[in-house]
Ligand binder design. Structure first.
Ligand code: PRX
Length: 631
C-alpha cells in the first residue's frame, strides 16, 4: 500500500510554521540523541512529581530499562489533580456525544469529582494497590472515569475492547487474576443496543477469580444481576461511600499503571505492562509536540479507549496536557455518513486523529457529506494503526483538511506506549510516510545480520535505543518478552518491531506491514494463532490457517484456509457456520471475510504452515521460494 515513488512533497504553510510550538526538527533531534537523558529530563519537568527521580535512566539490566527510578508520581496527579489548582480546573476536560444524540460534558473539576467517587467505590469493594481491575465497556464517559479511578488508587486496569467475545474476555480476566470487572448494560452502535453485561455474565462463569461486577446503566436493556456479585453503578454512587474526595496514591516510578492485551505471532494474547512514570512522560510529550497542543484546543482522537491509541491519546496524554477531549459512542455513519463532520462543526474541533480504515470508510460516500459541514476549525489531522494509502491521504488532506492541515501519520505500537515515527506539524510530508523518528529514538531498517539496508530497500524495522514509553514487559512472562522482542538482535540490544519497512533517500520511513502472523484488520490487531485455535474448536475442523488479504476499506481482511475432518463436506452453509463460530468465540472484530476448504495446507518440512504461500495463491501471485516446502 505504501508507495515510495509517491514523491509529491507537501510543505507546511507559513501559517502552520508561525503557530508551531516546535519550528525545527533536525537540531532538536540531534540534541535528543546526543543528550537523551537530558532531553527526557527536560520533558519530565513539564509534569508535577511527588518526588523527583534519582536518575533519568537505569540501563543496568537491558532490556528491562527503568525510567526515572527513585521518582514518585501518579499519572492521575498529572492528568487531573494538578489542574485543580490552575485555570484548567474550569475548562472542559471531556465533551461526550452518545450515538442517539445525548451529550454530556465535564470540566476538569467535574472530572475530578467523578473519578474520586469511582475510586472510593472501588476501594469500598476492597480493590487495593496492584490489584487488576478489568474494564469491558462501551465508549461512554464512565469508561474513562473507571480507568482513571483505578490508576488513582494504584490499581492496575486491564481494558478489554468491547468487540471481543465472552471467551476472549474470560481469557484476559483469568490471565490477569482479576476479581473485579466494570461494565455497562450495553452501548449504542448503528442504532441498536450492543449488549455488554450479558457477555460479562457469560465470561464470569468461566472466570474462577471473578467476584464483583459493577455495571453502568446506559441502555436500559434487561440484564441479569446476581445478589452479592452484581452492583449497579448508580446505586453505589448514591451511597456515602462514594465521597467526592479521594487521595491519589503515591506510586513509585515503575509501578504498573495498566495491562493491555495484544496479539502476537504465536500463542495467546499477551498482557503488555505500562508503568506510571515513563509512560506519563512519553505520552504527554509526544501528544504535546506532535499535535502542537494549544490551551484552547478541542482535540478528538476517534479511537476506542479499549486499544492503546485510546489509552495514550484519548485519555492519558491529552488530559496530562489539559486539553479538551471529544468522545463519541457510536458508528461514524449513523444516522448518516456525516456524523463525524457534524461533530467537527458542532464542537469546533481543531485536531482529528483517526485510522486509515475510518478515512477510507467515509471517503467512499463522496465529498458532499463533508462539504455540507463547516470543517474550518480543523488545524491538524492524524492517522494511526496501519499504512495509509496515498489516495486516502490526499482525500483526508484536501477534502477534510481543506489542503491546509498537515497529517500526522504516527507509527507506533501497544508495546511502544506512544508515537515512535511521526512528523511534526512543520515536517514536509509525503503521503503514506510517517517521516522520521520522534525525538530521542534511533530507528533503523536492517537486514537479518543487523546491517542497515540501502535506500528504498525493504528490511526489518528495529528500535536501537530505549525510550520512556516502552513497555516494562509481558505480565508474568519476562522470558516471552525477551524472546519475542529482544532475541533476534540480541547482540546489538535492539528492539524488534515485527514490521518491515523501507527508508527513502531523504531518510523517510515507509512502513510496509507486519512480518509475523499478526493480522491488522481495520487497524485492529489480531493473531493468526488465536483465530486458528478458535477454528479448531469446531467439530468439523481438522486444521486451519488464517492469513491477511488486502481489503479496500479495512486494509486487510481475514481469510481462512481449513481442512475438514472425515465425514464433513464443504458447502456454503458450512462456510457460514464456521464464520459464525469465529464471531461467537472470538468476537465480531475477528469475522473472517471468507473460509476456503482445502485438502492440504502448504507446510515446511518441520511442519510450519507457510501462510505466505497461501496468501500468494489466494492473490494469484508468484509463490516465491518453495525450497522448504514439504512434498
Ligand atoms: O504494523 C504496525 C501498525 O500497527 C502495529 C501496532 O499495532 P497496535 O499495537 O495495535 O497499535 C496500533 C496503534 C498504535 C504496528 O506494528 N501501525 C501502527 N501505526 C501505523 C502502522 N502501520 C503503518 N503506519 C502507521 N502509522
Amino acid at each position: 500500500m505504501t508507495n515510495p515513488t509517491e514523491n509529491k512533497i507537501y510543505l507546511p504553510s507559513q501559517e502552520v510554521i508561525d503557530q508551531a510550538n516546535i519550528k525545527e526538527y533536525e537540531e532538536l533531534y540531534k540534541f535528543s540523541i546526543e543528550n537523551r537523558e537530558q532531553f527526557w529530563a527536560n520533558q519530565a519537568d513539564y509534569l508535577s512529581w511527588y518526588k523527583k527521580w534519582d536518575k533519568v535512566l537505569d540501563d543496568s539490566n537491558p532490556p528491562f530499562y527503568k525510567w526515572f527510578p527513585g521518582a514518585q508520581t501518579n499519572i492521575v496527579h498529572n492528568a487531573i489533580d494538578r489542574h485543580q489548582h490552575t485555570e484548567v480546573r474550569n475548562k472542559l476536560a471531556l465533551i461526550w456525544e452518545g450515538e442517539p444524540g445525548d451529550v454530556r460534558s465535564f470540566s476538569y473539576h467535574a472530572l475530578n469529582r467523578e473519578v474520586c467517587q469511582f475510586a472510593n467505590i472501588l476501594k469500598s469493594m476492597g480493590v487495593k494497590r496492584a490489584d487488576v481491575v478489568t474494564i469491558y465497556m462501551p465508549q461512554i464517559p464512565e469508561q474513562i472515569f473507571a480507568m482513571l479511578a483505578c490508576a488513582k488508587i494504584g490499581a492496575i486496569h486491564s481494558v478489554v475492547y468491547g468487540g471481543f467475545s465472552h471467551e476472549a474476555l474470560a481469557d484476559r480476566i483469568n490471565d490477569a487474576n482479576s476479581r473485579v470487572v466494570i461494565t455497562a448494560d450495553g452501548g449504542y452502535r448503528r442504532g441498536k443496543v450492543v449488549e455488554m453485561k450479558s457477555v460479562v455474565n457469560k465470561a464470569m462463569e468461566l472466570s474462577p477469580t471473578m467476584e464483583i461486577c459493577i455495571t453502568v446503566k446506559r441502555t436500559n436493556v434487561d440484564v441479569y444481576m446476581e445478589n452479592g456479585r452484581d452492583y449497579w453503578y448508580h446505586d453505589l454512587v448514591a451511597l456515602p461511600i462514594a465521597a467526592s474526595k479521594c487521595d491519589t496514591e503515591v506510586m513509585e516510578a515503575d509501578d504498573t499503571l495498566f495491562l493491555l492485551y495484544t496479539s502476537g505471532s504465536t500463542g495467546r494474547p499477551k498482557a503488555m505492562i505500562h508503568t506510571h512514570a515513563g509512560y506519563s512522560v512519553y505520552t504527554s510529550t509526544t501528544h504535546r509536540m506532535v499535535f502542537d497542543i494549544k490551551p484552547d484546543d478541542r482535540y478528538w482522537c476517534a479511537a476506542d479507549p479499549g486499544w492503546i491509541t485510546g489509552h495514550s491519546y484519548i485519555v492519558y496524554g491529552p488530559l496530562m496536557n489539559g486539553a479538551t477531549i471529544i468522545m463519541y459512542e457510536g458508528a461514524p455513519t449513523y444516522p448518516y455518513p456525516d456524523r463525524w463532520w457534524k461533530m467537527v462543526e458542532r464542537y469546533g474541533i481543531n485536531i482529528l486523529y483517526t485510522s486509515p480504515t475510518a478515512i477510507r470508510g467515509l471517503m467512499r460516500f463522496g465529498d458532499s457529506w463533508p462539504n455540507r459541514n463547516d470543517l474550518s476549525s480543523l488545524r491538524l489531522l492524524g492517522s494511526v494503526g496501519e499504512p495509509i494509502n496515498p489516495e486516502a491521504w490526499r482525500w483526508y488532506h484536501e477534502v477534510i483538511g481543506n489542503s491546509k492541515c498537515p497529517i500526522m501519520d504516527t507509527w507506533w505500537q501497544t508495546e511502544t506506549g506512544g508515537f515512535m515515527i511521526t512528523p511534526l506539524p512543520v515536517t514536509p510530508l509525503k503521503p503514506g510516510s510517517g517521516t522520521k523518528a520522534f525525538f530521542g529514538n534511533e530507528i533503523a531498517v536492517v537486514d537479518d545480520d543487523g546491517k542497515e539496508v540501502g535506500a528504498n530497500e525493504e528490511g526489518t524495522l528495529v528500535i536501537k535505543s530505549p525510550w520512556p514509553g516502552m513497555t516494562a514487559g509481558i505480565f508474568k512472562d519476562p522470558e516471552r518478552y525477551l524472546d519475542i522482542y529482544w532475541s533476534k538482535y540480541k547482540k546489538q540490544g535492539w528492539y524488534l518491531t515485527g514490521d518491515s519497512a523501507k527508508r527513502d533517500e531523504d531518510g523517510y520511513f515507509w512502513i510496509i506491514g507486519r512480518t509475523d502472523d499478526v493480522i491488522k484488520v481495520s487497524g485492529y490487531r489480531l493473531g493468526s494463532a488465536e483465530i486458528e485455535s478458535v477454528m479448531i474448536s469446531h467439530p468439523a475442523i481438522a486444521e486451519s490457517a488464517a492469513v491477511a488479504l488486502p481489503h479496500p476499506i479495512k486494509g486487510n481482511c481475514i481469510h481462512i484456509f481449513a481442512i475438514l475432518r472425515n465425514g464433513y463436506e464443504a458447502s456454503l452453509e458450512m462456510e457460514h457456520d464456521l464464520i459464525n463460530h469465529v464471531v461467537t468465540h472470538m468476537g465480531p472484530i475477528a469475522k473472517p471475510e471468507a473460509i476456503t476448504i482445502v485438502d492440504q495446507l502448504p507446510k515446511t518440512r518441520s511442519g510450519k504452515i507457510m501462510r505466505r504461500v497461501l496468501k500468494a495463491r489466494a492473490l494469484g501471485l508468484p509463490e516465491g521460494d518453495l525450497s522448504t516446502l514439504e512434498e
